[in-house]
Design a protein around this ligand. Structure first.
Ligand SMILES: [Zn+2]
Length: 218
């Protein structure tokens, strides 16, 4: 996959080793992004967004990953916005929008950009993949492009929004994880409120698929 490596390399060059703020969800993709950035020796802070009041699995994963890679982690609580959302997610794989949390990524990007601006960090790094852009409207390529413009104009070009994996599949991200020895056991993908993976939600099914088959997801 030399061609793909070259593409990834050119995307990461945009980061220019300027201080960055990584949106760290505790999932596989942001963990691999963290590993790539550390591999590049990027000066980095991470930010985790809490938006499910009684669910802490993802926060624990983010904390463990930040600790593993020696990165300062900022916790931002969005429960004032999303705390009353349903805890249980319906399981309907034909209808991916069942898992849509209204404008969640728009809110997270906006807060991350404000944090980056205040801490004089040039880049906000977002772990979008080609898979996520296919499922959720606020992960789409058009949404990313419009947000990038908004960030550019809204910060007088002081902050940039970057998504190095935008055209990369989760399967490719997992292959990258193996190359960089990313501790995927520290990550979690479950959307439910259980302490361990429920094995039924979209996050769990997708994770199992991508880890087991390491190929195309759905
Ligand atoms: Zn689950």
């Amino acid at each position: 996959m030399l061609g793909r490596e070259i593409i990834l390399g050119s995307i990461f060059e945009k980061i220019e080793n300027k201080p960055g703020l990584l949106m760290l969800s505790g999932g596989i993709v942001s963990a691999v992004m963290l590993a790539c950035l550390k591999d590049m020796k990027t000066e980095l802070q991470a930010v985790f967004f809490g938006y499910r009041s009684s669910k802490n699995m993802d926060r624990r994963s983010a904390e463990r990953l930040a600790n593993y890679y020696g990165v300062d982690l900022k916790i931002v609580d969005l429960n004032g916005v999303y705390g009353s959302m349903p805890i249980e997610y319906p399981v309907k794989f034909e209808k991916f929008n069942d898992y849509y949390i209204p404008f969640l990524n728009g809110v997270m990007v906006s807060v991350a950009v404000a944090c980056a601006y205040y801490s004089r960090r040039r880049n906000v790094i977002w772990g979008l993949t080609s898979n996520s852009s296919a499922y959720y409207s606020d992960c789409s390529v058009n949404f990313f492009k419009s947000q990038s413009k908004t960030v550019y104009y809204g910060t007088n070009s002081n902050v940039r929004l970057i998504a190095p994996f935008l055209e990369v599949s989760k399967a490719e991200v997992v292959r990258k994880a193996k190359k960089l020895n990313v501790p995927l056991e520290l990550t979690q993908s479950c959307f439910s409120n259980f302490e361990g993976p429920c094995g039924k939600c979209f996050g769990c099914i997708e994770r199992e698929h991508v880890l087991k088959f390491n190929g195309n997801v759905f």
